[in-house]
Design a protein around this ligand. Structure first.
Ligand code: FES
Length: 483
């Protein structure tokens, strides 16, 4: 009886990113069948993983230890009806497995009786049959070491299935997990996957999707009405439902052109002194109004009639929290941020603007290039790419002119934390062409890459031309001038 695990769950069990695992599959290091990995194969490829010590198991331990912290329970545990359904489903599986074992037990009893009968009726074969009986009993008594390790893995996988469910989105092929008491929509936005939505509270129907397989459970009531035909066809609202089992859904993914203009008064959470020349403006949007935007886009900010456009530096996955990098210059908005703006002040956001966004469908290796505070949109893109876990490798080159590498530690921590992320800070010693060449010398063939670059026009031309010489197709070049 084989046990198969979906690739995304395997990645979590062994503590690797999905892209690293896919890299191993392409290299023939691990065998898969229709996107699933057999338990035996998993134990063969990762003989040294101590299942009990991995993330999800540990998280459950922490929850248990903090069992009296009610708020932790509320956030980390699924909705109680979803939890009950998941336990019920797991119970059904255990019941089926147990009844199969009972059946095998009966077959073994029958076999034993049969062997006794054959031994009685054929004394010449009695010794051989007795040896066979003893061997069979030994096999049953001595569970191999693999079985013990498999047991630990299955126990952890069962805990994971109670705590979270896996979602595959068609036709885009995106995958993510729904954890804690998130709805499917909340979980998608948390990993930076911009599924279509509007009101987020069950009124507009914009987040309508179709359930292709698996089970979902309503966790928030909604006013939007579906016809009986829609319901029979599996229609449901992403903002009102959570998955009980792993599910496959049909749902639309938003492009930059689908996002409506928004006007949101936000509160200043803090003005961070990143360096003498750069401030981090941290904003929080109202509880009912998160900003819909895609990584790489910009917004217009307005303080008391003074406005300016800036790239968003945070990931769309950060819910109501937004960060912008404001450089010191002569613009009135910059002066306000550096000299006057304080916690709890209001900043009005209009936007988002622009189509310089991440190509969600691509799983090609990515090169990110930032010039000075062109790092802001690149940071958003990098974090978005990391949360999507699709890119095979990511290289970040940051060319510092006047502002320095003002978030150097952050970039180095990414490189430390992700085995497929590489960071190289560069200076302008050799001029624009020198910087472009220094960056591209490590990439002789760019035909299978995506490149995202933000900088002044002259620098973008130099990088783009260098990329073309190295075979980068024009559709895979994404350049944006600094604001
Ligand atoms: S987003 Fe409006 S109904 Fe779900």
């Amino acid at each position: 009886m084989s046990h198969k695990l979906p690739l995304s769950r395997v990645a979590r069990l062994v503590g690797l990113s999905r892209s690293s695992l896919q890299h191993m599959i392409r290299n023939g290091e691990i065998a898969t069948f229709d996107g699933f990995v057999e338990l035996d194969e998993l134990l063969r490829v990762f003989p040294d993983v101590s299942w009990e010590e991995e993330g999800d198991y540990r998280r459950v331990q922490e929850i248990k230890e903090k069992a009296f912290g009610k708020r932790i329970f509320e956030r980390a545990l699924p909705d109680k009806e979803v939890l009950a359904e998941r336990l019920f489903e797991l119970g059904k599986e255990f019941a089926a497995a147990k009844s199969l074992l009972l059946h095998y037990d009966r077959v073994f009893d029958w076999l034993e009786t049969k062997l006794d009968y054959l031994a009685d009726s054929d004394p010449e074969a009695a010794d051989a049959l007795e040896s066979l009986k003893i061997w069979l009993q030994q096999q049953l008594d001595e569970a191999p070491e693999e079985a013990e390790r498999g047991k630990a893995l299955l126990a952890q996988e069962s805990v994971m299935r109670v705590m979270s469910a896996h979602v595959t989105v068609q036709p885009s092929g995106h995958e993510f997990f729904v954890e804690g008491n998130d709805t499917i929509l909340e979980a998608a936005l948390r990993v930076g996957l911009p599924l279509n939505y509007g009101c987020s509270n069950g009124n507009c129907g914009e987040c309508r999707a179709r359930l292709v397989s698996g089970q979902v459970q309503k966790v928030h009531p909604h006013d939007f009405h579906f016809s009986e035909a829609d319901k029979a066809n599996g229609a449901f609202l992403l903002c009102s439902y959570a998955p009980v089992t792993d599910i496959v859904i049909e749902a639309g993914v938003t492009g930059a052109e689908d996002i409506p203009p928004q006007h949101i008064p936000a509160r200043v959470k803090s003005v961070e002194e990143i360096s003498d020349q750069v401030r981090g403006l941290h904003l929080t949007t109202p509880r009912s109004q998160r900003l819909r935007f895609l990584a790489g886009q910009s917004v217009t900010l307005n303080i008391d009639g003074v406005s300016a456009e800036y790239f968003v530096a945070s990931c769309p996955c950060e819910d109501r929290q937004l960060t912008l990098h404001i450089r010191r210059d002569n613009r009135p908005f910059s002066r306000k941020v550096f000299n006057e703006l304080a916690k709890e002040d209001t900043v009005v956001i209009d936007g988002p603007h622009g189509s310089f966004v991440y190509v969600l469908e691509s799983s090609r290796p990515v090169i990110f290039v930032a010039w000075d505070d062109g790092f802001a949109p690149i940071k958003s893109l990098v974090q978005h790419a990391m949360s999507l876990e699709r890119a095979e490798t990511m290289h970040l080159y940051w060319i510092a002119d006047e502002l320095g590498h003002y978030r150097d530690n952050l970039c180095r921590s990414w490189a430390d934390a992700y085995d497929n992320f590489f960071y190289r800070p560069l200076k302008l010693d050799g001029g624009i062409t020198g910087a472009a060449n220094a960056m591209l010398e490590a990439h002789p063939d760019l035909s299978g890459h995506d490149v995202y670059a933000v900088g002044p026009a002259e620098f973008l031309y130099a990088v783009r031309d260098g990329c073309r010489v190295r075979g980068l197709p024009s559709a895979q070049w994404h350049g944006k001038q600094m604001l």
